[in-house]
Design a protein around this ligand. Structure first.
Ligand code: RIB
Ligand code: CA
Length: 302
């Protein structure tokens, strides 16, 4: 039984790992990809998504989305992902015809309303597109199975002490999404803090296949959060959760998005003791299994 998803992304080196899994794994059926501002500007995130579409010779439609947050000015993480947003590995310039439209919100609406089974929305960048989708076409919610997103943290942030990047980029959008009344699974920074890619694990990627060789070169260009144990490939954990949720530790909670705090704006405030706990907070992956789950998922790629 495949999992139909809409993947909303700001590639992004760890996005590239997630996209490599999503586009090639037999259990994941990507109905469309939407791009969003985030790690780098929308032109670059869209170009990167199209480069990966071309690399995998994928038929999955890519639609360009929001260029800026709802209120904030765009921020940038090119110091993490490189000037292009996907540094370290040269991919051919994508043919402009690979882009299906410049209207991701419209495309999401049509994809959801035309779906014969509810679709899981997987945002792995700022939540601007998803917020605009729900505000513009609230009727689509009946065809959304759940939202499984990379974002937030039950603990400290990575852009500020309180806020994680995807939420911090567009807190108003995150607030709209977390209040949309849909089941949400929050795959935050916490997972990576318990299981990341060691340098030897990254080295092994060179020899599995062409895709892992590409990721090996990108990871060596990626200045993502490095913990004692290794490199955090945040967006990839979201894909592994979709495929192997039993290997993850979760807790139910109520999650509020801080919008006003001088030092805490963009924080995900996780309350495990609330009366209503609609969010599944993903806290950890089985550390003994993570590397092989990651490799096995990528083994389906070219
Ligand atoms: O905080 C990590 C998240 O921010 C990841 O999605 C990464 O790609 C960046 O978008
Ligand atoms: Ca991302």
């Amino acid at each position: 039984m495949t999992i139909p998803i809409i993947l909303d992304t700001d590639p992004g080196i760890d996005d590239a790992a997630a996209i490599s899994i999503a586009l090639n794994h037999p259990e994941i059926d990507v109905k469309m990809i939407s791009t969003v501002h985030g790690n780098v500007n929308i032109d670059k995130t869209t170009r990167n998504a199209l480069q990966l579409k071309g690399f995998f010779n994928s038929e999955v439609p890519v639609h360009r989305g929001a260029a800026a947050p709802l209120i904030n000015n765009p921020i940038d993480a090119s110091h993490v992902h490189g000037e292009t947003g996907m540094g370290g590995y040269e991919l051919p310039e994508p043919d402009p015809s690979l882009l299906s439209s410049n209207s991701a919100i419209q495309a999401m609406k049509e994809t959801l309303l035309n779906a014969d089974t509810p679709i899981t929305i997987v945002p792995i960048g700022p939540l601007t597109n998803i917020a605009l989708l729900f505000k513009t076409y609230p009727e689509v919610k009946t065809n959304v199975k759940e939202i499984v997103l990379m974002g937030g943290s039950a603990g400290r942030g990575n852009v500020t002490p309180a806020a994680e990047f995807n939420i911090y980029c567009d807190p108003e959008a995150a607030d709209i999404v977390f209040k949309a009344g849909l089941p949400i699974t929050m795959v935050g920074l916490d997972v990576a803090r318990g299981a990341s890619l060691s340098s030897s694990a990254i080295e092994e990627l060179k020899s599995i296949n062409e895709t892992t060789d590409m990721l090996y070169h990108m990871f060596n260009h990626y200045h993502g959060d490095e913990f004692d144990s290794g490199l955090a490939v945040y967006d990839a954990y979201t894909m592994l959760y979709l495929l192997h949720s039993d290997d993850f530790k979760t807790a139910d909670a109520h999650v509020d998005i801080e919008l006003n705090g001088k030092h805490t704006r963009g924080a995900t405030v996780v309350d495990y003791n609330a009366d209503e706990k609609p969010v599944t907070v993903v806290l950890a992956v089985d550390k003994s299994k993570f590397k092989h789950l990651f490799y096995d998922a990528l083994a389906h790629a070219k």
